[in-house]
Design a protein around this ligand. Structure first.
Ligand code: CA
Length: 227
């Protein structure tokens, strides 16, 4: 994969350790960045906290059922494609899943190549839906074209700078801790060094203006106040 192309980030919610490990390994090999959670509460939190391009969701999850995670997600208006994995192969379960906002489903056991093919199709279709641009204080980030402009002028960002900027823009002027920002970078599978976030924030300020990102001592970072 080209270094400048950001990997598609997928949330995998599966409590079966063997199956989850196999799916994660397969999807990583296929070039996806995969976050794996093992219960419904963790899935819900991850979906609240991160921008994923797709979710592979087991229905039978501890703590919170997959259907509940899905309904919650759709109730918030999040439109990412969701592929349900289920051992429940009655048509009533499939109907409930699709009616709750799933885009596709696979019944266990399934072949990994089929899962990958279905995911590719879902993500391709979702790519046709224009994601709204994120804007703040003269800076505009277009998630679809991956272009960033400042006062209408193109700004060249590295993929990691882009990831951090998108994370900050997604949270407005709410504070993001360094740990939360590091997690955005972990999706790259890289070990973030102790000052990785600081380095990227420094570069973003250089490119977008010193006041664009504020340091909140002891807490993290947030966007500066809008003009
Ligand atoms: Ca399960």
């Amino acid at each position: 994969m080209n270094k400048e192309n950001r990997p598609v980030r997928i949330l995998l919610a599966e409590d079966d350790a063997l199956l989850g490990d196999g799916i994660r390994a397969g999807l990583k090999l296929a070039g996806y960045a995969v976050d794996w959670v093992r219960d419904g509460d963790a899935a819900r939190l991850a979906l609240l906290d991160h921008a994923y391009q797709a979710c592979v969701l087991d229905l039978g999850l501890p703590k919170r059922d997959g259907l509940s995670v899905l309904r919650d997600l759709r109730a918030r208006g999040q439109q990412l494609p969701v592929l349900i994995l289920t051992a429940r192969d009655t048509s009533a379960d499939k109907i409930a899943g699709l009616d709750s906002g799933a885009d596709d489903y696979l019944t266990k056991p399934f072949d990994l190549p089929e899962l990958q093919a279905r995911l590719r199709a879902l993500i391709r279709r979702a790519g046709g839906v224009a994601a709204p641009a994120l804007t703040h204080a003269g800076v505009r980030l277009d998630p679809a074209s991956k272009r960033v402009t400042r006062d209408g002028q193109p700004v060249a960002l590295s993929a990691r700078e882009f990831t951090l900027l998108r994370d900050l823009l997604n949270h407005g002027t709410h504070i993001r801790s360094r740990r939360q920002l590091e997690e955005s970078l972990y999706a790259w599978g890289e070990e973030a060094g102790s000052n990785t976030v600081e380095v990227h924030i420094h570069n973003l300020r250089r490119k977008l203006g010193a006041d664009f990102i504020r340091t909140i001592r002891g807490l993290g970072y947030r966007l500066g106040d809008p003009d």
